[in-house]
Design a binder for this molecule. Structure first.
Ligand code: T5A
Length: 213
């Protein structure tokens, strides 16, 4: 049995660079708000003032290179604050929480990308996070296509975006492995299609969730 508490209104969006997560986040939040539900739309690293400051440290190209361990601890420091200050209070009052990235990103980037041991990440998840989403939408597309989209949005790469293609191939493989290992929680969405089609798929997946009234 999982040591993590699963909340039925907690949904995460995952994927590599430029996969379209922000675009899907907007579509899900609008769909829930149109139904009159309270929804907290958030992101990682970030989602609180302190966690957004940690995001700045993590992504600032001027801080390269951080050791893989430092990077892991920083993403979990930001996540611990995000969970305590934003996510759990919202879920406890019955709101939806939709997060652009969560712990699966650490398994993919720090585990797959940087090569850190998944057991170590699982220990931090158990000790400092303690919760998991009911639904994770993994937007999957090739590395070259994703990087081209991300560059189209902002041509200046941040510290992690400056990594080589091989790094992002390992990230993608790790995400797909996570999806395979947790089939009840994950839906893999083909993100090569147009933004509208991808968003519609994501909204349909959300509608399959069983939530208490
Ligand atoms: N990180 C994060 C870790 O290493 N460990 C962790 O534990 C966590 C939580 C920041 C970085 O932090 C790392 C991973 C990241 O490197 P981020 O801000 O989520 O995370 O970084 P990105 O993945 O770089 O976010 P992007 O904003 O680049 O990508 P999105 O959100 O996936 O894509 P989006 O929606 O902004 O779209 C990008 C562009 O493509 C277009 C959009 O209009 C936009 O211009 N687009 C499409 N075009 C064609 N077809 C579609 N279907 C499209 N969907 C969007």
């Amino acid at each position: 049995m999982s040591a993590l508490r699963s909340y039925p209104r907690f949904v995460t969006i995952e994927g590599g660079e430029g996969a379209g997560k922000t675009t899907v986040l907007r579509a899900l939040c609008e769909a829930l708000q149109a139904g009159g539900d309270e929804v907290v739309c958030t992101r990682e690293p970030g989602g609180t003032p302190l966690a957004e400051m940690i995001r700045g440290l993590l992504l600032d190209p001027g801080h390269a290179p951080a050791s893989a361990q430092t990077e892991l601890l920083l993403v979990f420091a930001a996540r611990a604050q995000h969970v305590a200050e934003t996510i759990v209070p919202a879920l406890e009052r019955g709101a939806w929480v939709i997060s652009d990235r969560f712990t699966d990103s650490s398994y993919a980037y720090q585990g797959g990308g940087r090569g850190l041991d998944a057991a170590r990440i699982a220990g931090l998840e158990r000790d400092y996070v303690g919760i998991e989403p009911a639904l994770t939408l993994l937007l999957d597309l090739g590395v070259a296509q994703g990087r081209a989209r991300a560059r189209g949005r902002d041509p200046r790469p941040d510290r992690i975006e400056s990594e080589r293609d091989e790094f992002f191939e390992r990230v993608r493989a790790a995400f797909l492995q996570r999806a395979q290992a947790h089939p009840a929680r994950f839906r893999v969405i083909d993100a090569t299609r147009t933004a509208d089609v991808v968003a519609a798929d994501a909204v349909r997946a959300l509608q399959t969730l069983r939530v208490p009234a």
